[in-house]
Design a protein around this ligand. Structure first.
Ligand code: HEC
Ligand code: HEC
Length: 299
């Protein structure tokens, strides 16, 4: 910094570096000062208009009463009204037609399937998997193996009223011994593999008759009508095809109750009723029935 000032008249501050770099004492330009004042005005305006100042237990809410969540709700309502207006015709048709009729109308079917995905994700996927591919102990919906029937009306009834399968422990009369259960388990596994005709399964086949398994699972392991019992011949396991697990199912049954409570080891298999759980159930149950039907296995 120099102490002698070679430019005494130009109004510099006397701070000089590197021989000739000087600090001048000019006022800031007018435009700059005006922006600064405008900034102050805006600051006061914002502070009063919007929620700003934190108080002890709450905050100053602002003169406009604006909140982010209100703005979000208003925007959402605009979008929803737009959507309602745009799809009003399709929604009316869904409300008016039966599931069978919707399935016959390609355009409407596609619409129902597309608008089901979020609904299915919210209400069904936790149990049945994101694409209806099932989860351990929850049935696959994307195949043609139905407990309660794959006709549109049956699927609709499953969703609307729920389903509770029932299988007594130790055969219909509850009188099968552990040995007999072992034999019938082997027979059932052989049924699923298609070789149950072999003589070594004769004992198991006799137990199948004694335990009246055929009343629900059909004479040859295939239910005569869908009423909740599994088809034992198709190799699709609702619970597990592991021998110990098959024995467990036969020993403790499915949804077996004692004194109003499920017994400890019984298989739990409850499909909840959705007619009171879904928003707008009248339309949404049909929508989901169309979706489930078209996952691949509708009959
Ligand atoms: C809490 C778990 C759970 C939820 C949530 C659930 N389900 Fe189920 N669902 C089940 C179980 C368990 C069964 C099998 C009942 C049985 O074994 O008899 C089932 C059975 C079904 C069936 C009958 C399948 C057949 O083979 O006949 C359909 C259809 C079905 N669910 C559709 C749905 C739809 C659509 C939703 C969503 C709205 C849904 N489920 C939500 C547990 C659930
Ligand atoms: C009153 C009807 C009924 C009778 C009798 C019955 N079952 Fe069942 N069975 C069912 C139902 C319902 C299910 C469970 C279906 C579901 O919820 O997924 C089931 C499930 C099973 C399963 C599980 C299959 C799988 O895919 O995991 C086996 C194995 C089985 N039964 C074998 C038998 C045998 C063996 C007998 C005779 C000792 C028998 N059942 C008697 C109704 C019956």
């Amino acid at each position: 910094m120099a102490h002698n000032n070679p430019w005494p008249d130009e109004g510099n501050t006397g701070h000089i570096w590197d021989e000739d770099i000087r600090e001048l004492d000019n006022p800031p330009p007018l435009w700059w000062m005006l922006s600064l004042y405008a900034g102050f005005v805006m600051m006061v305006f914002y502070a009063l208009y919007y929620p700003t100042i934190p108080l002890k237990d709450s905050h100053f809410e602002g003169l406009a009463g604006w909140t982010q969540i209100e703005e979000y709700k208003e925007d959402k309502a605009v979008l929803e009204n737009w959507r309602k207006a745009k799809f009003a015709e399709q929604e009316e048709q869904l409300a008016a037609l039966s599931v069978d009729e919707i399935l016959k109308n390609d355009e409407l079917k596609t619409y129902a399937v597309k608008t089901s995905k979020v609904l299915f994700g919210d209400y069904c996927a936790a149990c049945h998997g994101a694409g209806g591919q099932g989860n351990p102990n929850f049935p696959v919906l994307a195949d043609d193996d139905w407990l309660w029937g794959g006709k549109p009306a049956q699927i609709k009834a499953s969703i609307s009223n729920g389903r509770v399968g029932n299988m007594p422990a130790r055969g219909m009369m509850g009188n099968l011994s552990d040995e007999e259960i072992g034999q019938v388990a082997d027979y059932v596994i052989a049924l699923s593999e298609g070789n149950a005709d072999q003589p070594k399964y004769a004992a198991g086949k006799a137990v199948y008759t004694k335990g009246m398994c055929l009343a629900c699972h059909g004479p040859a392991g295939k239910p005569l009508a869908p009423a909740g019992a599994t088809n034992l011949t198709d190799g699709v396991w609702r619970f597990s095809g592991d021998r110990d697990e098959v024995i467990k199912t036969i020993t403790y049954g499915v949804n077996v109750k004692k004194g109003g409570e499920l017994t400890e080891n019984t298989r739990k298999a409850v499909m909840p009723a959705f007619k009171e759980r879904l928003p707008d159930p009248e339309v949404n149950i049909k929508r989901l029935a169309v979706y489930v039907y078209s996952l691949g296995g509708g009959q």
